[in-house]
Ligand binder design. Structure first.
Ligand code: KIV
Length: 258
């Protein structure tokens, strides 16, 4: 087993697992210093391309951005989302996962879903491909307005069954998206592998966020997004200084000229 995955598994019930998204080299270089998992999420569709759904993200989008991220990631586990429609059957899933891994040198892939895609997940793991699961709100297949999951006992039971199925198949961790706190707690307690929450309370073994959201670069008003810093303020400060110095001919001085 990949030693980075072993370390992540060892963190269960010991210390929190940190995961953040990266879509390019320079961001990845900084993120890598702070996380256990760098995720090239298909959220790049909405964050970078303004798509109204992750359904429009292509395999090539994921590969191009992941190749850039790979340059910046030195120590964390690099996971790449398999986009919508790229894992509809065992053979297709395997062909595409292998292409992602070959072209990006990532450590693992992430797929959204439980029982519905368990054959594909079993197949990938049998082919020695490391897989991260994703349950709860599934943006690739969600219909209508995004809603929290695990609200009824039926939904909770189904989520626990899905989580156990994924664990049995051999996924090394499961992202729990927008799952009610008591349900996330139940799932986390039922599993030997870690859960990584997003909008699913402190009861998960780790947390993941879209980096552009937490630094205030992305305009989002999602309940679970905390803006830890307003990075736009600092970007604008630098840009304004550049503009002022160019206009006043203060820049470039001889030091910055040939
Ligand atoms: O696409 C993504 O960035 C994700 C995370 C938000 C979990 O799947």
């Amino acid at each position: 087993m990949n030693s980075k995955i072993k370390n992540i598994l060892n963190k269960k019930n010991r210390s929190k697992i940190l995961c953040l998204t990266a879509y390019s080299k320079n961001f990845a270089e900084e993120i890598d210093k702070h996380v256990d998992i760098t995720l090239v999420g298909d959220s790049l569709g909405s964050v970078l391309y303004n798509y109204d759904s992750t359904k429009k993200v292509t395999l090539n989008n994921m590969i191009d951005h992941s190749r850039s991220v790979r340059i910046g990631v030195k120590k964390s586990l690099m996971v790449v989302d398999m986009p919508y429609n790229t894992y509809n059957s065992n053979v297709i899933a395997c062909k595409n996962a292998k292409k992602i891994i070959k072209e990006t040198k990532c450590d693992a892939v992430k797929l959204e879903g439980g029982k519905k895609i368990i054959n594909q997940i079993n197949f990938l793991i049998k082919k020695k491909i490391s897989v991260m699961g994703h349950l709860g709100l599934l943006p690739q297949t969600a219909k209508g307005k995004f809603k929290s999951k695990g609200n009824s006992s039926k939904e909770t039971k189904q989520l626990i069954n899905d989580a156990l199925l994924l664990q049995k198949a051999g996924v090394f961790a499961i992202v729990l998206e927008c799952i009610k706190s008591p349900t996330a707690k139940l799932i986390t307690k039922s599993l030997e592998i870690p859960t990584i929450g997003i909008g699913s309370s402190v009861n998960c073994d780790g947390q993941v966020l879209v980096t552009d959201d937490l630094i205030g670069l992305n305009k989002t008003k999602i309940r679970f997004v905390k803006k830890f810093i307003n990075i736009k303020k600092y970007i604008n400060l630098g840009l304004k200084k550049f503009s002022t110095e160019v206009k006043s001919k203060k820049y470039p001085t001889n030091k910055y000229s040939y």
